[in-house]
Design a protein around this ligand. Sequence first.
Ligand SMILES: *Cc1c(COP(=O)(O)O)cnc(C)c1O
Length: 342
Amino acid sequence: MAGLIERYRDRLPFGPDDPVVSLQEGSTPLVYACHISERVGAQVWLKIEGANPTGSFKDRGMTCAVSAAVREGASAVICASTGNTAASAAAYAARAGLRGAVIVPEGKIATGKLAQALMHGARVIALRGNFDQALELVRELAQRHPIALVNSVNPFRLEGQKTAAFEILEEIGTIDALCIPVGNAGNITAYWKGFQEWEPGGALPQMRGFQAAGAAPLVHGAPVERPETVASAIRIGNPARWEEAIAAMRDSRGGVEAVTDEQILDAYRFLASQEGVFCEPASAASVAGLLAYGAPEGAERIVCVLTGHGLKDPQTALEQAGSVIPCEADLASVERAIYDGS
Ligand SMILES: *Cc1c(COP(=O)(O)O)cnc(C)c1O
């Protein structure tokens, strides 16, 4: 399978001789969700972005951002991250032989993501501050030093991420609505770009963004000073792509709504236990929103984007799941454990 620059090179800002840094990202599964479809009375598919090489959609943008950084002769990449951008940047930097530095909010990053960034050899800096402060700092750093900034303010990130929309259209044709978690709002901006670019004049889906209630600046129309939510990947109070996201939702006749942590965790458990799909909490916001607000009027075909893999955040999973059954090593005890759960 080709990586996404190879697959969509004619729609991306890369020429045939440009260097490509790839881990064969993209081409992720689009899985039909029987139970969710039944609950909302429409056909619903899940775009499983956790199947990317580092376990989140960030790889789509990172293959482009790091390839462009190599083309420009950068020797290092830097990003601010709630976790997945750090994991992805670290992996692609390692792949490219570049130095990587990531700045994460101290104590607010899921275990799996931290393990990835460290294993890939990035310098991981835990900032005594939140994501929005981290982003401000890396923007300033990238202006002062010859380091490529690979946050989603980097235009190559959105170029890569728009390919997920291409894949949906190629696989199932036009859809009526896209449900997607919104943090920094790069991904919703990228999908909208992708849907518009695929076929001029083609039918476009409503873009329905969902934010966590404790981190919902776009819903309130004002930045949130201290964003709080269990969904750490969307714990962002001042989205970098604010205007673009609002424009995408307005122009597509979609909208943005908030979902509570309880609704997010309900959807998170439902996806894992009923659909067999384990995503991280932030990802479940798309499904939580669809279940809470229902299918948009007249929408028959809907895709929910599941942005990252459940293994990213084992701690939240273990808090939300049933407990392990201790058992003696004899047949009767094992039978009792299996059939009675005791
Ligand atoms: C980055 C991320 C998001 C938010 O995407 P934005 O482009 O920042 O809106 C949502 N879910 C997961 C798992 C992420 O890693």
